[in-house]
Design a protein around this ligand. Structure first.
Ligand code: SAM
Ligand code: ASE
Length: 384
């Protein structure tokens, strides 16, 4: 009578097909799971390639394992395995050399994105994610349990710093530079910045202030797209000092040191908030937007640049529908991971368009429109 059941070697009752509640998964489902489980190893291979200077070295020409390990001062056995996995991950090409040994070369994607000098370089962002972000994610379970960021556990920042979010994020001068360089990478792709900043024509807003504008890379893109505009970045005094010393801001972008929660905001027709609101809880966002609403006149506007969460019941279709890798690119997954990252790294969250529109309306910006770009970041333009 027990046809279809069999005892496995541990004596558990197994039933491959009949028991829907506890059926053995098929190969495709197991692969889906294993790809997620091993995903962190693939990320680390990528981060290590950046950290070791492997992609930068290969930018000068294809090489075999001997020269790569020799020039970077690495073990041959370690280098061999890292190179091989990067080939398997389609991040390097491999062709036989004159003596039959494999010669490793960058792909167009890795040349553009993973080398320091690449035209769409994400090198510094990957260094930041592989260093700081990765170590914070080691405490994800605690972040979920406690509902807050993990700088104290991961980096031993003090209680005072824990209370002051950016004191924790910028726990040293070097770390502040790594953060600024990492975030700057996002705005290197002029196709993305054009999509965001021309979703609506902003030429009628000549005085622009980018609040918490980091290194000024997005402000630079604005200045190039709207040649008649005057662009000011309001940043913390330490960041303004770093930008003056270590970055090359566009000559048409001014920097103003200050605290956007306390100091008077400069007069402007439009304020940019790019990846600022996602750092803070609703109450703090309302406070900041209230100040922005007070600072810009009746015709004033805000441009919010964020990765918009899908609406809460949109998980990108039926979970059973798409196996790896089709579903991975879906914004449903990506932005929810970014939102989990905001839990681990900040006091904020990613939000849906509807959530931002509510926050904006409460600050008097009632004429607002969200533009989903289909790229890494979206934009909301809100007017009073
Ligand atoms: N807008 C930039 C971008 O999208 O790349 C940077 C975003 S970063 C996540 C947030 C920025 O807000 C940081 O550069 C930080 O220095 C700045 N910031 C934080 N608190 C601030 C404050 N009280 N006053 C001014 N800037 C502040
Ligand atoms: C923040 C942005 C980031 C605060 C912490 C952060 C990013 C990484 N850590 O405002 C950049 C966006 N995230 C990713 C994964 O690209």
């Amino acid at each position: 009578m027990d046809v279809g059941h069999q005892e496995d070697h541990r004596g558990n009752m197994m039933d491959a097909r009949r028991d829907g509640e506890n059926a053995l998964p098929d190969e495709a489902d197991l692969q889906h799971l294993e790809r997620l489980v091993l995903g962190f190893m693939a990320s680390q291979a990528l981060f290590a390639g950046c950290e070791l200077g492997l992609f930068d070295l290969l930018a000068g020409g294809a090489l075999g394992v001997g020269p790569v390990s020799g020039r970077l001062g690495l073990s041959v056995r370690g280098t061999q395995r890292l190179l091989d996995v990067l080939v398997a991950l389609r991040l390097l090409g491999a062709t036989p050399g004159p003596e039959g040994e494999l010669i490793y070369a960058l792909t167009p994607l890795t040349r553009a994105c993973l080398t320091r000098e690449g035209c769409a370089s994400q090198h510094h962002l990957l260094r930041y994610l592989g260093g700081t972000t990765y170590r914070l994610w080691a405490h994800l379970a605690e972040a979920v349990r406690e509902g807050c960021h993990q700088y104290a556990r991961a980096f031993g920042v003090s209680n005072d710093e824990e209370d002051d979010l950016f004191a924790a994020i910028y726990r040293s001068d070097d770390e502040r530079l790594r953060f600024l360089s990492g975030l700057q990478d996002t705005w290197r792709d002029s196709r993305l910045t054009r999509k965001l900043l021309t979703a609506e024509d902003m030429a009628a807003f000549p005085r622009v202030c980018d609040l918490g504008g980091g290194s000024g890379e997005l402000a630079r893109a604005w200045a190039l797209l709207y040649p008649a505009s005057a662009v000011t970045v309001l940043e913390t005094p330490e960041v303004v000092r770093d930008v003056m010393d270590k970055f090359l801001p566009h000559e048409r972008v001014c920097f103003m040191p200050g605290d956007f929660f306390r100091d008077p905001l400069p007069p402007a027709d439009v304020f940019i908030l790019a990846r600022v609101l996602h750092d803070w809880d609703d109450t703090t966002c309302a406070q900041l937007l209230g100040r922005v609403g007070g600072a810009c006149g009746p015709g004033g506007a805000v441009v919010v640049v964020e990765a918009l969460l899908p609406e809460e019941d949109d998980f990108g279709g039926d979970a059973a529908e798409g196996a790896w890798p089709a579903w991975w690119a879906w914004p449903a997954v990506r932005t929810r991971l970014l939102s989990l990252n905001m839990l681990v790294q900040t006091r904020g969250t990613e939000r849906s368009a509807a959530q931002y529109l509510d926050l904006l309306a409460a600050a008097g910006f009632t004429r607002a429109r969200a533009h989903r770009t289909g790229s890494a970041y979206d934009v909301i333009v809100a007017r009073k």
